[in-house]
Design a binder for this molecule. Structure first.
Ligand SMILES: [Zn+2]
Length: 330
């Protein structure tokens, strides 16, 4: 911890756990998630990495593929086990860990039950949702009851990519983390915007991984669609430009000067959160990511302080460290 009340906390909002039982339930040894096999995960490895990288708090989440790989009963059980594991981790070290709970989407009833359990019983801090779950994207009307509840509970929703359900997307001889993950993030953001999912959930605080895929680069296209008005529902939806400035975008695998410049222009630097993608990104690159942001010529001093993890708005109570961050940031 920094120990200095004048310094903001560095919070890693994109930090994965891979407990052995999750690995065994979801991992195909011949096709590691995204094309990269991460280091074996442990709580000690997370803390060692955080200490080396200068991270005060990591908000942990599952990574791809989430808990639902086709069997709803197994997904429900795996979600419960993962969420209880995360809660145990957070409660053991509340000064170092927060936790995003997972949901067994696209099973709506099971997800509503787990949503309540994760918040009311386990006290977790929000939810990790995947861009698609078995091909069901987050703007799909079938998920409306889940988003109504997320809105009612005013939750933080952190969106992580999943592989596209389209087989052609995986036939190019490229790892998913190069092109397919960012592209699936684009699909999720665009569908959520134009299906008015964002508009109907004004109290939900959304964080999108990896600077939103290449969504910020597409801002001009969104603006043209606004201008031409050819997708219904524009009055409720509002302008895409405002959506870009409402959402939070993390820096995992996206902390280069051109990306920071674009995020500043399209979203505003106050919407940029620090994320590492631990343990998927090679450790030395992840460790140096904070310094790369701090040294970026794209940021002035106060912006650098913000981007290194002063994730102010999405997290208020109940985590004391985040409440402290909130006081410092506003
Ligand atoms: Zn990730």
């Amino acid at each position: 911890m920094t120990g200095n009340p004048d310094e903001s906390l560095t919070i890693d909002t994109h930090h994965h756990i891979l407990p052995d039982f999750f690995w065994q339930a979801t991992e195909n040894a011949h096709a590691p998630v995204g094309g990269l096999a991460p280091l074996r995960w442990s709580k000690e490895a997370s803390i060692s990495f955080m200490d080396d990288a200068g991270i005060d708090v990591a908000v942990v989440s599952l990574s791809t593929p989430g808990v639902h790989t086709g069997d709803s009963a197994k997904a429900r059980a795996l979600a419960r086990r993962c969420n209880e594991f995360s809660a145990e981790l957070v409660h053991a070290k509340p000064d170092r860990f927060g936790g995003f709970a997972c949901l067994p989407l696209p099973d709506v009833d099971a997800s509503l039950e787990e949503l309540s359990y994760a918040l009311d019983v386990l006290g977790l801090d929000g939810f990790v949702l995947f861009t698609n779950s078995n091909g069901v994207y987050l703007g799909d009307p079938v998920l409306e009851p889940v988003f109504e509840e997320l809105e009612r509970r005013r939750t933080v929703v952190y969106v992580h990519p999943n592989p596209s359900p389209n087989a052609v997307a995986h036939s190019l001889g490229l790892p998913d983390n190069l092109l397919d993950f960012p592209t699936d993030t684009n699909r999720a953001v665009a569908q959520m915007h134009y299906a008015n999912r964002f508009a109907r959930t004004p109290s939900v605080k959304y964080i999108f991984s990896h600077a939103g895929g290449s969504i910020p680069h597409l801002a001009a296209r969104f603006a043209i669609i606004d201008e031409m008005g050819f997708i219904a529902g524009g009055e409720q939806r509002g302008a895409a430009a405002d959506m870009f400035r409402r959402i939070y975008w993390d820096t995992a695998l996206a902390a280069s000067d051109p990306v920071l410049r674009m995020l500043r222009d399209v979203a505003g630097i106050n919407q940029v959160l620090y994320g590492t993608d631990f343990p998927y990104l090679r450790r030395d690159l992840a460790v140096s990511s904070k310094q790369r942001i701090l040294q970026s010529s794209e940021l002035n001093d106060s912006e650098g302080r913000h981007s290194r993890g002063q994730c102010v708005t999405p997290f208020s109570a109940p985590i004391p460290s985040f409440a402290r961050c909130d006081l410092e940031g506003k």
